[in-house]
Design a protein. Structure first.
Length: 327
């Protein structure tokens, strides 16, 4: 056992993970496809220590207690069980972005914790198995193990619900320009939201439509056809939000700024700028466009949407061990 540090990046889903067939194992209702991004990075150091009575966790230098600590401890229990170790761990984590601002921070967090944790506990696991363990911490974390363009296969069992690369980051210069409209904490997180999907009468319609949209996004990625993948990604984001809004209780993540952004994106497309929008479980808009169009999309977003912050992401690398420890 040794001290280990890993770095992982968040991902933006082009076809969303929303709803679960097994909440205990985070098995999703549908497969999903994402792009790992380059600028939303989590770095995590894990050090097993025989003298500890329990795991400890600090995030951005602040010691954690309550739910965030308990969630990390549950994940470390899974890693320990697989590694055949009983050692509690000291964990420190740093993010380059605000947690819970709808920027999918749990994906990079659990991808980094899984890679660093297994290395620290001395377990040798394949990349595929690594994605299944990341998934147990947070579903979307399975996709952040890989860089570039990634598909998470729904799979009927723990072993069969894994993420695999579709194309490396260098294959397609798709950008995700994140238009942060509110940095406030979200009221209902995704973990709770997944359980509501099946209360929506529209969920069955979305689930039936997703296989065709997955195929369009796969083809769009393969043929570097941003129009094709952008159109399908935007349709799926709207389908997911229709499901959210019509769940019981209803989840309405959009603010007036989100709606103004959707109108603006449509107008920009009519004006000849090839840009599509996707939205996660929050109010922020993610503008999907070619890298060469990203500066213009960002310029228009700044001018017309008054964002609290804006971040232009290119495709990013997968999770990996790094030499620089946090403590
Ligand atoms: C809307 O369960 O992976 O971003 O609750 O933060 O762990 P946490 O997220 P997760 O749900 C992600 C839902 C989504 C869509 C997606 O990323 O596929």
């Amino acid at each position: 056992m040794t001290k280990a540090t890993a770095e992982a990046r968040a991902n933006i889903a082009l076809i969303k993970y929303w709803g679960q067939s097994d909440p205990r194992l985070n098995l999703p209702l549908t497969s999903s496809i994402s792009m790992t991004v380059d600028k939303l990075v989590t770095r995590t150091t894990v050090e097993p220590d025989a003298s500890l009575k329990a795991d400890t966790l600090s995030i951005n230098g602040v010691a954690q207690a309550g739910a965030p600590l308990a969630r990390a401890q549950r994940h470390l229990d899974r890693l320990r069980q697989r590694a055949g170790s009983a050692a509690f761990c000291r964990v420190a984590s740093e993010n380059t972005f605000a947690a819970s601002a709808g920027l999918a921070s749990s994906a990079s967090a659990f991808a980094a914790l899984t890679v660093a944790g297994f290395a620290a506990l001395g377990a040798k696991v394949s990349e595929r198995e690594m994605t299944t363990f990341a998934r147990l911490g947070s579903g979307s974390a399975a996709r952040s193990i890989h860089g570039g363009f990634v598909e998470w296969r729904a799979g009927p069992t723990h072993e069969a619900s894994y993420a695999e690369p579709l194309a490396p980051a260098s294959h397609l210069d798709l950008h995700d320009v994140v238009v942060v409209l509110s940095e406030g904490e979200k009221k209902v997180g995704s973990s709770e939201g997944h359980g509501l999907a099946e209360t929506s009468p529209l969920n069955a319609g979305r689930v039936a439509r997703v296989p065709a949209l997955l195929a369009e996004v796969r083809e769009g990625i393969l043929h570097r056809d941003i129009k094709k993948l952008g159109r399908a990604a935007q349709e799926d984001a709207l389908l997911m939000h229709a499901v959210m809004m019509t769940s019981t209780p209803s989840l309405l993540y959009w603010t007036p700024g989100t709606v103004a952004g959707l109108h603006a994106v449509r107008r920009w497309r009519e004006e000849g700028l090839m840009v599509y929008a996707t939205i996660d479980a929050g109010p922020n808009l993610h503008l999907l466009c070619a890298g060469r169009d990203a500066p213009e999309a960002a310029r228009r977003a700044r001018e017309e949407l008054a964002p609290a912050a804006l971040l232009d992401n290119a495709p990013g690398e997968g999770a990996r061990l790094v030499a620089a420890h946090l403590f």
